[in-house]
Design a protein around this ligand. Structure first.
Ligand code: HEC
Length: 254
């Protein structure tokens, strides 16, 4: 069996194993917060509290029945105001979003609950300080616009590639049999980034692609978990099999 000069974790200096360990721990925490963020920005858009395929469809392609303001009030902005006030705003939208009624019933709620953030000081979120900023949000919800998708796509493509480059390089030091399994665990997360991002755009055109977003997300998480747990386990709790031990931890080519 031809050996390489790429070594198993246990033949690496302690200091390098510490770099790998701490990197995996912090990336794992990052993954956890990414999950919380996905949940808080998408769950509930369809009116039910959990995160569903329906929520993903609405986030990307819009909702037949809701306006952007309603989707936000049911989804990410839900915690900003009590349900009664939320219903009042939604009732105003449903009644035709009349300007005079806005000043009478809605302006006060928005002033109290929304302007602390939506006062125009943050250019990335809608300015709600007067009705001209509110009206575009009560047109039919067509989901995330292409510019937002393009911006988020390039951030994800670069960012997630960095993450999996790091975790995969670490994972290459593990002893995993059969070899094809190790290779799949390395290739899959990179494929899921591509599938995930492509299907954001495809979901806009045909909503069932939301399933691809969900499934690729699941496989990405699974690959991350396998890479991180295998690496951490083999760094600290593992005993090399005799043939690997004999070669001084040098991993075989195949
Ligand atoms: C604590 C700060 C904060 C408060 C208070 C707040 N928002 Fe937001 N809002 C944000 C941020 C940040 C975003 C963009 C990120 C996101 O979509 O989660 C946003 C996004 C939105 C969007 C756009 C969603 C989209 O899909 O483009 C709407 C509409 C909205 N808010 C309405 C409201 C309304 C109405 C209120 C008051 C009931 C409110 N917000 C209160 C911070 C806030």
């Amino acid at each position: 069996m031809t050996r390489t000069n790429h070594h198993h974790f246990l033949a690496l200096p302690l200091s390098l194993r510490m770099v790998y360990t701490m990197t995996l721990v912090v990336l794992g925490l990052g993954y956890l917060f990414a999950m919380i963020h996905i949940f808080s920005s998408h769950a509930g858009r369809d009116g039910k509290a959990s995160l569903s395929v329906q929520d993903i469809m609405i986030a990307y392609s819009g909702s037949e029945s809701d306006t952007k303001l309603e989707s936000a009030l049911k989804g990410p902005m839900q915690s900003m105001l009590p349900p009664a006030e939320s219903h009042e705003i939604i009732a105003w939208v449903r009644a035709g979003a009349d300007q005079a009624a806005y000043e009478k019933d809605v302006a006060g709620i928005v002033k109290n609950r929304c302007l602390s953030c939506h006062d125009g000081s943050n250019p990335h979120i809608p300015n709600l300080s007067d009705i001209s900023g509110v009206m575009p949000l009560v047109e039919k919800d067509t989901g995330m616009d292409i510019f937002t998708l393009v911006r988020v796509s390039h951030i994800h493509l670069f960012g997630i590639t960095f993450i999996f480059f790091i975790t995969s390089i670490i994972y290459t030091h593990a002893h995993v049999r059969p070899l094809w399994f190790k290779c799949i665990v390395i290739v899959v997360p990179f494929l899921t980034i591509i599938f995930d991002i492509l299907s954001w755009y495809l979901t806009k055109m045909w909503t069932p692609f939301a399933w691809v977003v969900l499934i690729s997300g699941a496989f990405m998480g699974l690959s991350f978990a396998i890479q991180a747990f295998t690496s951490l386990y083999q760094m600290w709790l593992y005993k090399m099999p005799p043939d690997l031990e004999e070669s001084g931890g040098q991993l075989p080519v195949l």
